[in-house]
Design a protein around this ligand. Structure first.
Ligand code: FNR
Length: 182
């Protein structure tokens, strides 16, 4: 029985720490859990006029979310909230009214920042949005990660200093998704 996780990354930056974190976290999961990073950089800007004829990229996003048993958000903090590109994707997949792709999908929230609070405020904003969208979120453990030189090792895997903590996060996330997936 495979569990598919749709991964939403809040940065489009080529060398994004958050994308690296998503790549490295996937390697900490057991073999019955697979991760698919969804593309959000090619979505149009959300416009309610288009709800009746959503773009192919939006339909693809919604299909990928619906096919997943769980969600993993890995996002930077921009100006104490989530980046606009991520909010744009969330808004697209929530529409048209009554046809949201998000409802009921259990979600984990992670983020890495160059700043000391490690995306704490962005995560809190995201949890607020996900509560409205009827996505239960893993409450504990929380993970606020600062981008430091030793966060990743030379192979792009989680470095020794953070390994035990983030392995524990992944173990509890996987157990929780398996319990709550619909
Ligand atoms: C940031 N950054 C940032 N960091 C933070 O801890 N709190 C914040 O509010 C902000 N605000 C912010 C706004 C904008 C527009 C940018 C471009 C950046 C810095 C951010 O943590 C840093 O750029 C990370 O490297 C972004 O994540 P990725 O792209 O590496 O995944």
């Amino acid at each position: 029985n495979q569990f598919h996780i749709a991964v939403l990354i809040g940065s489009l930056r080529r060398d994004s720490f958050n994308r690296k974190l998503a790549d490295a976290m996937a390697k900490l999961a057991p073999s019955d859990v697979t991760f698919k990073q969804l593309s959000i950089g090619d979505l149009p800007l959300y416009n309610q006029d288009d709800d009746a004829h959503q773009a192919d990229t939006v339909l693809r996003l919604k299909a990928d979310i619906k096919a997943a048993q769980g969600l993993l958000f890995v996002t930077p903090e921009y100006n104490r909230s989530i980046p606009g590109v991520l909010k744009n994707a969330i808004d697209h997949a929530s529409r048209p009214y009554g046809q949201s792709a998000w409802s009921g999908k259990p979600a984990g929230v992670l983020g890495v920042s160059v700043g000391a609070i490690g995306t704490a405020l962005a995560q809190q904003h995201l949890r607020n949005i996900l509560a409205y969208l009827n996505c239960p979120t893993l409450a504990q453990p929380e993970a606020f990660i600062q981008a430091k030189d030793n966060l990743f090792d030379e192979h792009g895997e989680i470095g020794a200093a953070s390994k035990e903590f983030l392995q524990g996060w992944m173990d509890q996330y996987v157990a929780w998704v398996k319990k709550h997936s619909v």
